[in-house]
Design a protein around this ligand. Structure first.
Ligand code: SF4
Length: 621
């Protein structure tokens, strides 16, 4: 049988002993676990013990790429990092685009499994089957862009690809991320796991082509996909032109764009102030991921005013919220500057922005004072103070040390009832969707296996009202259990095959999933059906749920913040909307039933057997 897509090997690196080895995985493993998030989740499940401290040397960092990565498939250059999150205590899978994942596949691997802890700051350089354990002392303390620039110079190769942490990851901030080029594998503190292992960077260079099983079928599937993109009213005209900032306009107009730490204390026309039309005046070029025709990523430059000359690849929609509206700052220029800064520091820009917003609310309420902040006037709207606090958090300096690990830890340190003003699920700050007016978004945040994560089951239907699979009433609770299962299984599939979810959604065709099955068959050589692709997504959700249940998570953790449950949206089109505990309970019951889980949210033996996950049944009793 001719196979392709996967390379058949993973690389194991032991930082403690400075050793490495290649391991060949059986064909059956690839058929069942495919790649990306599912491959990584299976390895993490098998190789880590429950109750493990995520920042101990027992934790593993698993870099994976999917079967389409490095082939001619568009939009498939996604890197997936799997580990146990120090921020949420759950398993986490986080993805970023760019060129690193292609290089990983060209180097001959489907995954790198990093274990142990280096004695001193270290980088890995992987090339032609060899791993160098380099001394990273000279890069320790540098921001992510300088690190990448100097490492390329020192390794004398501008074509290597580097994934690294910044100062925030070195200081093991629970909000730190891992960045390759300007693409962040963010959320859930993955950067701190690298920092805890003294691992500054992974550099990689590959030279071999990724084979495919059936060239003709692969070519045919790709050509159909390109036709779908071309015909879609959303792929090029919306995402291609405006990138994810298109969601800003829609959310602002629906009244579901949170501001002022979700207090929405002022009725602002955010779209007019700093929406995509304003922001995109500052576009200078695009920087698409490898072989992506959509090219959503915009590089922007501030041309005048106090920030003149500063540029960033971004901000994405989420940063326009977390570094703009959430802080009460009405400036597109500021979001470019803050986006660049959070990338330099290696901060997740949703959680770090949300933490500054939280600090601002505490300051406005007098819970922290100018004395506590060392003179920083943390009022909403104060741009200078926001930038300063971000830097102080990354370096754990002054008041920054209190806020360095996000809002949950900060509230625990500060006390005085401050936890009421956090917006968290499983310890992770909420992204840019006011779930009081978007019920499926709320249910997804409550049940996602990584905490409040919009990328794990985005309710496209509620925001864009598109007919795939059908438009829904965003304020209704009925039916949201089923639709959330659909959205989570959909998102999970794309994290497994490491194909960008934007184009998959924007194609707006019902049979996109059957096209993916055909493409996977062409590339990998296994005979996949559309049903198999849905099963893959469901399998990922279940194995991650199993991991979390083994850690003690259950229905009690599938919750929403107090502000969402008890404080209605004060103004705008969604005025009065709230998601009560009763509504959440109704949706949870429906969701667990759709998943064939128990009322406590535990996967049943029957479901696990059906998905080929029966090895985990013993862990759930
Ligand atoms: S749509 Fe954007 S994020 Fe997705 S692959 Fe293309 S350039 Fe990368």
């Amino acid at each position: 049988m001719k196979t392709g897509g996967f390379r058949g090997k993973i690389l194991r690196v032991d930082l403690t002993n400075k050793t490495y080895e290649e391991e060949t995985l059986p064909l059956e493993f690839y058929k069942d676990y495919v790649g990306g998030a599912l491959l990584g989740a299976k390895l993490l499940y098998d190789e880590t013990k429950p109750g493990m401290d995520p920042l101990s040397e027992d934790n593993k960092i698993i870099y994976t790429a999917g079967p389409l990565t490095g082939t001619d498939s568009p939009c498939a250059s996604r890197l997936c990092i799997v580990t146990k999150s120090p921020q949420t205590g759950t398993i986490t899978t986080t993805l970023s685009g760019g060129f690193f994942p292609v290089e990983l596949k060209r180097a001959g691997y489907d995954a790198i499994v990093i274990s142990g802890k280096a004695e001193e700051p270290t980088y890995l350089f992987i090339k032609e089957g060899k791993v160098r354990f380099g001394n990273a002392k000279k890069y320790w303390g540098l921001d992510v862009f300088d690190t990448q620039m100097y490492m390329k110079e020192d390794l004398n190769d501008q074509n290597i690809r580097i994934s690294c942490i910044g100062p925030a990851g070195e200081k093991q901030s629970l909000m730190s991320c891992v960045i390759n080029e300007a693409r962040a594998a963010g959320r859930k503190g993955v950067g701190a796991v690298l920092g805890s292992k003294n691992l500054k960077a992974v550099a990689i260079r590959g030279t071999s082509d990724v084979p495919v099983a059936d060239k003709e079928l692969t070519k045919k599937s790709i050509s159909t996909m390109m036709k779908y993109f071309k015909e879609s009213p959303m792929a090029y005209p919306m995402f291609g032109k405006l990138g994810s900032s298109v969601a800003f306009e829609v959310a602002s107009n629906l009244g579901v764009l949170p501001s002022y730490n979700w207090l929405n204390i002022e009725d602002v026309d955010w779209d007019a102030e700093m929406g995509p039309e304003v922001l995109n005046e500052m576009n200078i070029t695009r920087n698409p991921c490898y072989k992506c025709p959509i090219a959503c990523s915009q590089v922007r430059l501030v041309r005048e005013g106090k920030y003149s000359g500063i540029s960033s690849e971004g901000p994405e929609y989420e940063s326009m919220f977390s570094l703009g509206t959430l802080l009460g700052i009405k400036s597109a220029e500021f979001t470019i500057v803050a986006d660049r800064l959070t990338d330099e520091l290696g901060f997740d820009n949703i959680s770090s922005g949300a933490t500054v917003a939280f600090a601002m609310e505490l300051y406005e309420k007098g819970i922290i004072t100018k004395e506590d902040t060392g003179g920083l006037e943390l009022n909403f709207g104060n741009e200078e103070a926001a930038l300063k606090l971000l830097r102080m958090m990354a370096h754990r300096e002054g008041i920054g040390a209190i806020f360095a690990d996000g809002t949950k830890v900060a509230a625990e340190k500060i006390g005085k009832g401050s936890e009421k003003f956090t917006l968290l699920v499983k310890g992770l700050e909420l992204p840019a969707y006011d779930v009081r007016g978007l019920k499926a978004h709320g249910l997804n945040f409550a049940t996602s296996f990584t905490g409040a994560d919009h990328n794990k089951g985005y309710a496209f239907q509620e925001v864009f009202g598109t007919p795939y699979p059908n438009a829904v009433d965003r304020l209704a609770i009925e039916g949201k259990g089923k639709i959330t299962k659909f959205n989570q299984d959909f998102a999970s599939l794309y994290d497994i095959i490491t194909f960008c979810e934007f184009p998959a959604q924007a194609a707006l065709v019902e049979n996109f999933q059957s096209l993916i099955a055909e493409l996977l068959t062409g590339v990998m050589g296994f005979d996949y059906t559309e049903e198999d692709t849905w099963r893959m997504g469901e399998k990922l959700v279940n194995i991650c749920r199993m991991y979390n249940v083994r850690e003690g998570f259950s229905r009690k953790d599938d919750t929403l913040p107090e502000r969402v449950k008890y404080e209605p949206i004060p103004s705008g089109l969604s005025k009065g909307a709230v998601t009560t505990q009763e509504e959440l309970d109704f949706m949870l019951d429906e969701y667990y039933e759709a998943r064939s889980w128990t009322v406590d949210g535990i996967p049943t033996s029957e479901k696990l057997e059906e998905l080929g996950l029966s090895f985990g049944i013993k862990d759930l009793v």
